[in-house]
Design a protein around this ligand. Structure first.
Ligand SMILES: Cc1ncc(C[n+]2csc(CCOP(=O)(O)OP(=O)(O)O)c2C)c(N)n1
Ligand SMILES: [Mg+2]
Length: 552
């Protein structure tokens, strides 16, 4: 078999259905092989960030590992930004590129695996056809086993054009639910049973490893407040009475309840992550921090941890729930029920306040982001998947929408690169063709990968976009003030928001029209619901450019 056909066979064996990419001259051998494999659908992106965004969204919504192909040094470099997000958040995908001929070793041939090394879990460059089966198998296996993440395979053209005796093994799945050490569970349950002010922090790996129900079971037994760290997936039902919300991006703004907790159970998340510096003194000195995670390198990383438990989050939480039942006597059960009731009263009051805020901003123009999100939430069918790239409107989006099931929301990954949502919405729609998919995207992020509109139109992928048109990079202004206040100690420092205010609006509605995507610009909030419904009914991609207030 020629190497390039072995690559295709390996993709089939791994269950790949979509290849996202943008080819170049060096990719000719691979494109020739893919051209003869119509069962692997090639989706062309007109910018590499769009291919990476699509692959990230597709992987997260489908649970499959997609294959991405970008062109040698140049196209690959364009994809690095969202590769970093995928790496930071643990999205399983296999990225590839075809390098220059091996004969050019002394003539500007670069090390592509080296280029991507810092942002991948594993990578290699294939020089001979007979390496293809094992390298492809390892690239997919590394991507999909915990901690999941992107991997890279580079191909020398010689490896694709030469022949070898090759056999591609069928994919073998590894069962990854590694259980916790029973001693650790017992120790954790003993500490937790004594807690008076317990608090839970849940992260993306709770969603990724199907542990949301198990997290709810533990939170209810403890009567604990629950915070999210990371935002990228639905890690806890946001309508649950014990769900308080996401931790803010700066440790200085962490809620006082975190500092007041006597016991913190963190599961499947970073502990803790701050925009500016390494957060210290986040917890009270005598608080006990338990961190359960399947990613060994996250445990004991930023915070000294009293008890680390390396295991699959669901296996760990299930075992912990059982151990708590044994450790809780009736008095402790009663205390937990009381705590949960007090938290429920607080969260109900907070939700009522949001409703009041929605009503009281009805006549404000431009409409505040809360009104935009409320109108979208009202109009969205129940099975809608939200792709949240709303940047500074994110906390508001999460107040207005209720997410009760894992997979009902995917948000920008921890890496922080913008330009994710436009491609991601398409990847999610390809993975979930029967569900409405709504990408809620900041105008700055949308502009960074507006080429996604072309892919949406050309491949008839009917995702709907709602652009948060606030006419600027609002989050950077917010963060500039945080810098002035918290780092410089000069909260009133004057600024002209250089590079953050747009001298001219991004006209995404016009851009969408030019790329064949139906669009409308919306200033009146009453028009949002009907426009969204029309867009869904059309069965075509559409963009709603919604003008919102950008005030800080
Ligand atoms: C690839 C990349 N380039 C630049 C940045 C820096 N950056 C972070 S947020 C942002 C602007 C986001 O603007 P927008 O999408 O309009 O959201 P808003 O802040 O207005 O809510 C920029 C430029 C980044 N995070 N990633
Ligand atoms: Mg903006």
């Amino acid at each position: 078999m020629r190497g390039r056909f072995a690559v295709v066979e390996a993709l089939r064996a791994e269950g790949v259905r979509y290849v996202f990419g943008n080819p170049g001259t060096t990719e000719s051998p691979l494109m020739d092989a893919l051209d003869r494999a119509p069962d692997l659908k090639y989706i062309l992106a007109a910018q590499e960030g769009v291919a990476m965004g699509m692959a990230d969204g597709y992987a997260r919504a489908s649970g499959d590992v997609p294959f991405v192909n970008l062109h040698i040094d140049t196209g690959l470099s364009n994809g690095l930004s969202l590769l970093f997000n995928a790496y930071a958040g643990g999205t399983p995908l296999v990225l590839s590129s075809v390098n220059a001929s091996l004969s050019k070793m002394a003539d500007y041939r670069t090390d592509l695996a080296g280029l991507t090394q810092q942002f991948t879990k594993w990578g290699a460059e294939v020089t001979h056809a007979d390496q293809i089966p094992s390298v492809m198998r390892r690239a997919f296996a590394e991507a999909r086993t915990p901690p999941t993440g992107p991997t890279f395979v580079g191909f020398a053209p010689e490896s694709l054009d030469s022949e070898a005796d090759l056999s591609i093994a069928p994919r073998t799945d590894t069962f990854v639910r590694a259980g916790p050490d029973p001693r650790a569970v017992e120790a954790a349950a003993a500490v937790l049973a004594k807690a008076q002010r317990p608090l839970m922090v849940v992260g993306d790996r709770v969603a990724q490893y199907d542990a949301v129900d198990a997290a709810v079971a533990v939170a209810e037994r403890l009567g604990a407040r629950v915070y999210g760290a990371g935002y990228a997936e639905m890690t806890f039902p946001t309508g649950h009475a014990q769900w308080i919300g996401q931790l803010p991006p700066y440790a200085r703004l962490y809620p006082e309840q975190l500092r007041a907790a006597d016991m913190v159970l963190a599961v499947g998340c970073k502990v803790f992550h701050d925009f500016f510096d390494l957060p210290t003194d986040v917890l009270a000195p005598d608080a006990t921090l338990i961190h359960m995670d399947c990613n060994a390198s996250e445990i004991n990383r930023s915070q000294p941890t009293d008890l680390g438990i390396l295991c699959d989050p669901r296996a760990g939480l299930d075992a912990l729930a059982e151990a708590l039942d044994a450790a809780f006597d009736p008095a402790r059960v009663e205390a937990a029920v009381d705590r949960a009731a007090r938290i429920a009263a607080e969260t109900a009051a907070k939700r009522a306040a949001t409703q009041v805020a929605i009503q009281s901003c009805r006549s404000s123009r431009p409409m505040p982001p809360l009104r935009m999100m409320h109108e979208l939430a009202r109009a969205a069918p129940e099975d809608t998947v939200i792709v949240d790239d709303s940047i500074s409107a994110r906390p508001i989006l999460h107040e207005a929408f209720e997410f009760s099931r894992p997979g009902s929301m995917h948000s920008e990954r921890a890496g922080g690169a913008i330009g994710w949502g436009m491609g991601a919405a398409l990847g999610v729609k390809l993975a979930e063709p029967d569900r409405p998919v709504l990408g809620i995207v900041g105008d700055g992020s949308a502009m960074l990968s507006a080429q996604a509109l072309w892919t949406a139109s050309a491949y008839r992928i009917p995702a709907v976009y709602a652009v948060c048109n606030n006419g600027g990079y609002r989050v950077l202004k917010v963060n500039l003030h945080a810098y002035f206040e918290h780092v410089l100690g000069e909260p009133d420092r004057p600024t002209s928001y250089l590079g953050m205010d747009l001298p001219q609006e991004f006209d995404l509605a016009a851009l969408a029209g030019a790329m064949g995507v139906v669009s409308e610009r919306i200033e009146d909030p009453e028009r949002i619901g009907p426009a969204f419904e029309r867009a869904l009914d059309s069965g075509k991609p559409a963009l709603l450019d919604i003008v919102i207030d950008g005030a800080l």
